[in-house]
Design a protein around this ligand. Structure first.
Ligand SMILES: C[S@@+](CC[C@H](N)C(=O)[O-])C[C@H]1O[C@@H](n2cnc3c(N)ncnc32)[C@H](O)[C@@H]1O
Length: 321
């Protein structure tokens, strides 16, 4: 767990507490979400309006993914440094051979060093479209979906601890804390107990194995949204240290943006949006472009379910370089 996250066990209700949806805006298993099957960039018009790309301008896309947003920045004549921690995403981007795109492998939290390595110390705009991409969700071998049998992996970068490492080696209390903190699941303790009980018999190696363990913690479940949704989200966030990367990435953006430069961050759940909102409120160099986060139009939400939970916050760098 991050040192700055509260240990949630104190707050965890008794194991028998009724399970109620805390965040109805959470998407269902993203692999079920038909939006994940398209590679259409979310809030594309709104991002372009916020970042104002033009010939001669230089941007960082910290979450290159399928290069959907980057394609629009390039089409406006800008140069883009596209970062992704997923080697498969980078292979695809390189193969597409976009003119004006410089591909950098790494974590966007390290963007200052990554850009310095490419000889760049200031940029006109930075985009973070956080979370997993449709390619990652659709790749059944990556272990992000609880419906498809696959190794319990979930590592975007293909390195570090996998989700299987976490469920098979962490203390019960720490597993409960992760599920509570990042999945906001009120049955976190009961799920953690079920995980530890199961792994004593045999290691938990696959997605469906884990999904079944979580399901058993919800004896009343028969149909509807699968109870494993929150646990999978929590493990994915933990394994990829998504919230830590976001905090570091926001700070890095302050360093890298030229005066007048723009930052755009798209988040998909309240844990992320809260971090962005608080960061911008406390920043002395970034001034929000809109008071409230921008959400997708009804038309976009109708055609792209992933857009339903998306929130865009944007800001402009003020002051001297
Ligand atoms: C939601 S997708 C981005 C989609 C992209 N905007 C598009 O239009 O195609 C997120 C991408 O960011 C990558 N990613 C997530 N967190 C990252 C991090 N901390 N550093 C670098 N890449 C990250 C993922 O591997 C994934 O490819």
């Amino acid at each position: 767990m991050n040192a700055d996250t509260e240990h949630p066990n104190r707050l965890t209700p008794e194991p028998d507490a009724p399970s109620e949806p805390i965040h109805p805006e959470l998407p269902t298993d993203p692999a079920e979400d038909t939006g994940s099957l398209s590679h259409v960039p979310v809030l594309a018009d709104e991002v372009i309006q916020a970042l104002a790309p033009a010939p001669g301008k230089v941007f960082v896309d910290g979450t290159l993914g399928g290069a959907g947003h980057t394609g629009l920045l390039l089409a406006a004549g800008a140069t883009v440094y596209g970062i992704d921690q997923d080697p498969f995403a980078l292979d695809r981007a390189r193969a597409a051979n976009h003119a004006g795109l410089h591909v950098l492998q790494g974590n966007y939290r390290d963007m200052v060093a990554l850009l310095a390595g490419a000889g760049v110390t200031q940029v006109d705009g930075i985009l973070l479209d956080i979370g997993v991409s449709s390619f990652q969700l659709d790749d059944t071998g990556r272990g992000f979906s609880y419906h498809t049998e696959a190794p319990l992996d979930m590592r975007m970068s293909q390195s570090g601890e996998s989700a299987a490492d976490v469920v098979n080696s962490y203390d019960e209390e720490d597993i409960a804390a992760i599920i509570y903190e990042y999945g906001e699941d009120r049955l976190s303790r009961r799920i953690a107990r079920g995980i530890v009980y199961a792994r004593e018999k045999a290691p938990i190696e696959t997605t469906v194995q884990l999904a079944d363990i979580v399901k058993r913690a919800y004896p009343g479940f028969s149909k509807g949204i699968h109870p494993a949704r929150r646990t999978f989200q929590a493990l994915r966030i933990h394994v990829n240290d998504e919230l830590g990367a976001l905090r570091d990435g926001l700070q890095a953006a302050e360093t890298l943006l030229a005066p007048g430069g723009r930052l755009a961050v798209i988040s998909f759940h309240s844990l992320e949006d809260r971090i962005v909102k608080r960061f911008l409120l406390g920043s002395e160099v970034l001034s929000p472009l809109t008071k409230r986060p921008v959400i997708a139009s009804e038309a976009e939400q109708a055609t792209n379910p992933r857009a339903r939970s998306a929130k865009l916050r944007s800001a402009e760098r003020v002051g001297s370089a």
